[in-house]
Design a protein around this ligand. Structure first.
Ligand code: SF4
Length: 643
């Protein structure tokens, strides 16, 4: 690609896309428009939020301006995305673009430390475990490769957890192997070199918090170009980075550590006091487990987040544990300030959101209420360019570009002076190749109707599977519902294999089975709503079991408490963004065709409410019916046309 020295960024980028057609890259208007919007934002030193639907080619739309800008300014470019698979894909794309431009610049993939083998831990494990695979890992680390995905070795998960890196600040800084350690070398380059860094959003959040605390950043620059892909996840990632949590084990460990570290003379006094405090901790967590169980019974959707119900008993216990830890802090030689700060925050519900998280074990979590201001100052400093992009940041289809993405932009404190582009529509032919089916057959999905709703759903799902002869992904908001439907469908001896998301096999493995057995049906929840990318016949229908309204956890409730209308201003936008993610699994290429079926009657004609209007307005599938015979006709016609 020929670029003249005095070309502006826009000219260089435009020339790239025009001449790339000779190398077989199809010119897509949405992609070019998006690339130009990004050039404008970089030149004006402003941020930009831009939604790009599937097929626009958003990665090239931001990579090309980012690379040309790097060639001009030599300032590190940081691209953050949300999965390792996307990081790897982006690294391939960067290499292709560099090849097309005919230049070389350093490219780094930066993952969390747990993705790298740690020689120190590895050698400790090898004292007892003489397995061949560990010898091969060591060989690879010594030759400079510690990244798990590049080792090409099948290390079982539990073994990997024993040999991977744990903490850069706590372990690597004082490690004798740091000079030769591949992970430490990577961290050195991230801090000192330029180039393109492809990281995950957690690492970007950690970098920004370091900068905010005036500590050294992970990356080279804090005034460079940031590109955040899958940006609909960034609020949660930053909230996670600011969240402090303690489990029962963490608090007990704090107390036991206090006993261990106390000099012999005062040990017995401290021991008695610390053990009494540990009993209070035990009691507190027993009560909290009961709270979680009671709350989960009253929910019909999956969540790992629950309320910490602050009644006089839990409040009293929390205060007693806090006062006792303060007392220990004064009398022992161990500093317990972190624990004291945490418990003070838990009791300060005016400024902090406090919740319980049950993910294997129970944790008490706490985070500042107004995280928006933090995100805003970290991500969008004055005259700095941060590009936010995703296929799902708009929650409506009317008004200005800023109105369309209003809910998302507000939740991250996006600055008023930042640019917002008109969403870039998909170039795929949805009008011809897709149909939306909104069923009126089921009862209202209230908690009381749960059994009846499930029972009625089976008939409807079987009819829908018959339209496409299997080849469907069914998305649920609750594991219990998913397992019920799986049991029923599995016992019906349908002519298609029924697969279900499960703990014993990885998502990649289940997807591979679904892809290769063309007629199979896959049931999933949680992560299955996004990130599944299956082109072709295997995925001809997406069935939405229930509209994905958010579970009213403490974070959502806080957002609702700040809104004028908690349903229209919070619940519906959250639902729409997730629904778009789920429905977006259907069409992944220009030749894909298929059906999105919503069996929840809140999208149907009978209720004909605000939800339905918003769903019809925002989904790409505009051809809508509630008549299954019309759906069949559409599907048969489109299949015949292909023959
Ligand atoms: S520097 Fe860190 S990752 Fe490397 S061997 Fe030492 S502790 Fe492990």
């Amino acid at each position: 690609m020929e670029t003249k020295a005095n070309d502006t960024l826009k000219e260089s980028v435009n020339n790239f896309f025009v001449s790339a057609q000779d190398s077989g890259l199809e010119l897509r208007q949405g992609q070019l428009d998006m690339a130009m919007d990004i050039c404008r934002a970089i030149e004006d030193r402003k941020s930009l939020a831009v939604e790009a639907e599937v097929g626009v080619g958003k990665s090239y739309a931001y990579l090309v301006p980012a690379i040309y800008n790097y060639l001009n300014e030599h300032k590190q470019v940081i691209i953050a995305t949300s999965t390792i698979a996307l990081q790897e894909q982006l690294s391939t794309d960067v290499k292709k673009v560099l090849e097309m431009i005919g230049t070389k610049i350093p490219v780094f993939i930066a993952k969390g430390i747990k993705n790298y083998a740690c020689e120190t831990r590895l050698r400790k494990v090898m004292v007892k475990n003489k397995s061949v695979v560990l010898k091969e890992v060591l060989q690879s680390v010594k030759s400079g490769e510690a990244d798990r995905s590049k080792l090409g070795l099948n290390v079982p998960e539990d073994l990997w957890q024993q040999i991977c890196g744990i903490s850069y600040t706590d372990m690597c800084m004082s490690c004798k192997k740091s000079r030769s350690c591949p992970y430490c070398k990577l961290r050195y380059h991230l801090r000192r070199s330029g180039g393109i860094v492809i990281c995950n959003q957690n690492l970007l959040a950690a970098h920004m918090i370091n900068i905010e605390n005036r500590a050294p950043g992970i990356f080279n620059t804090h005034r460079g170009l940031y590109i955040i892909d899958e940006a609909h996840n960034i609020e949660n990632k930053i909230r996670e980075a600011y969240t402090v949590s303690y489990s029962r084990d963490d608090l007990i460990h704090l107390l036991l550590n206090c006993i261990d570290m106390t000099p012999y003379k005062r040990k017995s006094e401290i021991r008695a006091y610390a053990l009494d405090t540990a009993e209070d901790v035990e009691l507190l967590f027993k009560l909290l487990v009961r709270q979680v169980k009671a709350q989960s019974k009253a929910l019909d959707a999956d969540t790992s987040v629950y309320h910490l119900e602050q009644n006089p008993i839990t409040d009293g216990l929390l205060r007693r544990v806090l006062n006792r830890i303060k007392h220990l802090d004064e009398r022992s030689t161990v500093i317990l300030q972190d624990g004291i700060d945490f418990l003070n925050k838990v009791l300060n519900t005016k400024e902090y959101i406090v919740w319980l998280e049950m993910d294997g074990k129970l944790k008490i979590c706490v985070c500042k209420k107004d995280i928006r201001r933090k995100i805003s100052s970290m991500l969008f400093p004055y005259r700095n360019t941060t590009i936010l992009t995703s296929a799902t940041i708009s929650d409506k289809n009317y008004g200005t570009a800023r109105d369309k993405c209003g809910y998302y932009l507000n939740s991250i404190g996006y600055p008023i002076i930042g640019n917002v582009s008109e969403p870039k529509p998909s170039p795929f032919n949805y009008a011809k190749n897709t149909m939306l089916y909104c069923s009126d057959a089921l009862c209202y999905p209230s908690l009381e109707n749960r059994e009846e709703y499930r029972r009625q759903s089976i008939d409807e799902i079987v009819k829908l599977l018959d339209v496409t002869k299997g080849k469907s992904l069914i998305l649920f908001t609750s594991k219990e519902d998913m397992e019920y439907v799986y049991r029923k469908l599995s016992n019906m001896h349908l002519p298609y294999k029924i697969l279900i998301q499960n703990k014993t096999s990885s998502q990649a493995h289940q997807l591979e089975k679904f892809r290769t057995d063309t007629n199979s049906v896959l049931l999933g929840t949680g992560t299955y709503w996004e990130g599944i990318n299956i082109e072709g016949e295997s995925l001809s229908q997406v069935i939405i079991f229930k509209l994905p309204f958010p579970v009213p956890d403490p974070i959502i409730e806080y957002k609702m408490s700040m809104a004028k209308d908690k349903i229209r201003d919070v619940a519906v936008p959250e639902m729409i963004i997730k629904l778009k993610q789920g429905a977006g699994r259907l069409i992944r290429s220009s030749s894909d065709k298929g059906i999105v079926s919503i069996i929840d009657p809140r999208a149907g004609r009978k209720l004909c409410n605000f939800y339905r209007a918003t769903i019809l307005d925002t989904l790409c599938e505009k051809n809508e019916t509630n008549d299954i015979s019309v759906l069949k006709e559409f599907w048969n016609r489109i299949c015949e046309e292909e023959l």
